[in-house]
Design a protein around this ligand. Sequence first.
Ligand SMILES: Nc1nc2c(c(=O)[nH]1)N[C@H]1C(S)=C(S)[C@@H](COP(=O)(O)O)O[C@H]1N2
Ligand SMILES: [Mo]
Length: 314
Amino acid sequence: MTLYKAPRIPSSEITPRDLYLRRRSLLGLMAGGAGLLGAPSAFAAALKTVPSPYKVDEALTPRESVTTYNNFYEFGTDKSDPAANSGAFKPSPWRLVVDGMVAKPKTFGIEDLIKAYPVEERIYRMRCVEAWSMVIPWNGFPLAALLKTVEPLGSAKHVAFETIVRPEEMPGQTGGFQPLPWPYVEGLRLDEAMHPLTLLAVGLYGETLPNQNGAPIRLVVPWKYGFKGIKSIVKITLTDKQPPSTWNVLAPQEYGFYANVNPAVDHPRWSQASERRIGTGGFFGSSRVETLPFNGYADEVASLYSGMDLTANY
Ligand SMILES: Nc1nc2c(c(=O)[nH]1)N[C@H]1C(S)=C(S)[C@@H](COP(=O)(O)O)O[C@H]1N2
Ligand SMILES: [Mo]
């Protein structure tokens, strides 16, 4: 993993997000891409799915918004960049390595995974740390099913995830101004990873994942801020140490390792008490709704954190 060298500016004065916004404005038109906004992935195909009880009863975010309002900095930092700039990305063939503290390390192809584990239709409320949210019909299978196959050792306490590095297909990974250190990495505690709500998504709206949403396979943890949902995963490693989390490493005072959605703990620069629900006020409009503890999944997951001070472990 590449270690990020912090810029020589006190973090009290400038934050990573401010920094690349400034860089972008300096770059001006140089950064302009000419992709087809919202063009469907060349690989989008219907998925065979089974029903699931994990469905929130809220209006779905339109597919158009889910696939054109994205965070995927490998393709650029504007919300429209991933849809515009990911057309050349090839999510097939793909190899997913699962290794580390397991009895049976294994490399999987996506087709093997889709055959081995029933792909469910789940509807999850999703909350970005930037205080916007969506309701997304994901297609995927529990991460726990995959982890059981490789047989975690008793010593394994955490799960580390890594996104692909492929500068020739990911414009955000090339040039002089790259917004993040690569690869994008994330981590979960083993009990969080084994929780039945934790999903490996391979599709949305009944079709294989569009490139901009993390094709061909990405993590979905609905009670945590969106940055935990690492996209285009090539490696999952069981470990006895807390893994690095890209945003937590960049700015630990702003982005915690746990990243559990918590309306009572504000981000240092904005409130987390409410959120803009994307796609609810006409095309790309949004209405404001209250943010719920653990994003509304407290009954299922609060017990994972009993005894922890959630204002310190944010
Ligand atoms: N590899 C990678 N994964 C990533 C990101 C990213 O920039 N790179 N952004 C994260 C953030 S901040 C969010 S909110 C979600 C957005 O997922 P979506 O575009 O499918 O809604 O992806 C997460 N996963
Ligand atoms: Mo996010």
